[in-house]
Design a protein around this ligand. Structure first.
Ligand code: KG4
Ligand code: ZN
Length: 338
């Protein structure tokens, strides 16, 4: 089955063509990062308008790259939530109207399910069950993936997401949006141990996390520091986040008795976090899986892929009627096994 995937939940327009037999055939992305940079964060209305401009040309591009025409498609998958309402509506309306015209199903997909199943697209995928650490701009949570569609929340941040903390901390140091990649680049020039930041909730006996206090602690350091100190603060910040996430990952593995950890979401691109998770988990005999780097951030491939798994499992989907809903807030644990 050939599926066109559409991701438009935030500031990236992602399109992909995925074949349940042959795998990923084409994948294209337009990032709005440069457009939002001037405002220091995503401006929802600008995001929606840009998705409108990009989505059809990108769809044409991936179909051509996949050597596929619209009439070859068996289904169209789109991110139906969570995300920015206006941005979601762009992808949803394009997907549903195309599917209606082609007389095929349109599949509404949960953005985070896309992220946490994306490691299955890798060459050496994990097997079920596994633990997923979803660590992005909007989420920091541990889930256990017992079966496809059956996800249990084990613990999450009580305030800011780790990616949000990266973004806010980077902003304090005058770095461009999104802050994660910029801050980790700055950290490469830093020396560990020059500054000390807290490891919030490191010893709480649960899988809850907190990152908003880190940003406050950084703002106090930055207030009294010179620009030359910023790389040293950046590396300490990154280390604090990696320490907390890797300790909680070990607890999640211990509490569930599982031995595979999958890391998904934009912050999973962070090299220091990757190294620390690999080191600490392998010491305990557990395996860590990362999606390919380009699949770590938002993309259409993960949406088409999640839909492909549902279709391959025989999940029933109706031919599009052209009516649809998006869910800006959508609890992942509310999904049903398939
Ligand atoms: O999953 P994602 O692309 O979008 C959603 O939030 O859904 O994640 C984006 C987040 C941003 O906060 C960005 O700063 C962070 O991922 N990020 C990173 C890195 N690359 C992206 N954070 C730390 N280090 C990175 N290398
Ligand atoms: Zn995402």
């Amino acid at each position: 089955m050939i599926i066109l995937g559409i991701e438009s939940s935030c500031d990236e327009t992602g399109l992909a063509v995925y074949d349940t037999q042959r795998g990923l055939l084409a994948d294209a992305l337009h990032s709005q990062v440069a457009m939002h940079d001037a405002y220091g964060g995503v401006v929802p209305e600008l995001a929606s308008r840009d998705h409108i401009r990009r989505i059809v040309p990108l769809a044409r591009q991936v179909l051509a790259e996949a050597n596929t025409s619209l009439t070859d498609l068996d289904a169209i998958a789109y991110t139906a939530g969570p995300g920015l309402a206006g941005a979601l509506l762009v992808g949803a309306s394009v997907a549903e109207s195309l599917a209606l015209a082609l007389n095929i199903p349109a599949l509404p997909i949960h953005h985070l399910e896309g992220h946490l199943l994306s490691p299955l697209l890798a060459e050496n995928p994990p097997s079920l069950p596994f633990i997923a650490l979803l660590v992005s701009g909007g989420h920091t949570q541990f889930m256990s993936i017992e079966a496809l569609g059956q996800y249990t929340l084990l613990g999450e941040t009580v305030d800011d997401a780790a990616g949000e903390a990266f973004d806010k901390t980077a902003k304090l140091m005058g770095l461009p949006y999104p802050g994660g990649p910029a801050l980790s680049k700055l950290a490469e020039k830093g020396q560990l141990g020059r500054f000390k930041l807290p490891r919030p909730m490191l010893h709480s006996d649960d899988l809850e996390m907190s990152f908003s206090g880190l940003k406050t602690a950084v703002s106090l350091l930055v207030r009294d520091a010179s620009v030359d100190d910023y790389p040293h603060i950046a590396i300490e910040f990154q280390e604090a986040v990696a320490d907390v996430l890797s300790s909680k990952a070990l607890s999640a593995l211990a509490k569930t008795g599982l031995s595979q950890l999958v890391v998904a979401g934009g912050v999973g691109a962070n090299q220091r976090l990757r190294a620390k998770l690999i080191e600490r988990c392998t010491q305990r005999g557990a395996q860590v899986f990362f999606p390919p780097l380009r699949l770590c951030t938002d993309n259409g491939a993960m949406i088409a892929h999640a839909a492909g798994l549902r279709l391959a499992a025989g999940a029933p989907f109706d031919i599009s009627t052209g009516s649809f809903n998006v869910q800006p807030r959508w609890d992942l644990a509310s999904l049903q096994p398939f």
